[in-house]
Design a protein. Structure first.
Length: 156
């Protein structure tokens, strides 16, 4: 059975994983050193449970424009590269998933169907909470949890 570490690499993103029994999650640590430490610790623990571990990382949009200014995209791209580098250094497979792909999978509509970012994020959070009732889902962890559910259901 495959174990996944699913990561929304945004500064306000999160990390979700499926351990021995139930999924768990955490908000994105604050510094690159803390990110590396948490991911290393998590990978060590999960590898002791199951040998088949994969990293699933939300892919970073390639277009920077009005909707995604450089000040927003740069930290996202930096974290994505950092996390990918950590996974590669651990010799773990990395699967990049576009946000449009995992979001479409859950049939929740699109951000354009809502009145804005807040309503869209709350819709994603509600779906994550429905799927993982044992967790206290936050806006930071919702995307990572849904990315985890997507990976499990698609058996990436």
């Amino acid at each position: 059975m495959t174990t996944y570490i699913a990561i929304d690499p945004g500064v306000n993103g999160g990390i979700a994983w499926d351990g021995a029994q139930l999924a768990s999650c955490m908000g994105m640590p604050g510094s690159d050193t803390e990110i590396a430490e948490e991911i290393h610790n998590l990978a060590d623990i999960l590898c002791s449970i199951r040998s088949n571990l994969k990293f699933v990382i939300e892919d970073v949009p390639k277009f920077v424009g009005r909707a995604l200014p450089g000040s927003t995209i740069f930290p996202l791209a930096f974290n994505c590269g950092l996390i990918r580098g950590i996974a590669v250094s651990l010799r773990m497979p990395v699967i990049l998933v576009r946000p449009q792909d995992w979001q479409k999978h859950f049939r929740l509509g699109t951000k354009g169907d809502t009145s804005g970012t807040t309503e869209w994020k709350n819709r994603l959070k509600a779906e994550a909470q429905r799927r993982y009732p044992h967790l206290k889902v936050t806006l930071k962890t919702a995307d990572a949890l849904l990315l985890l559910a997507y990976a499990q259901e698609k058996q990436l």
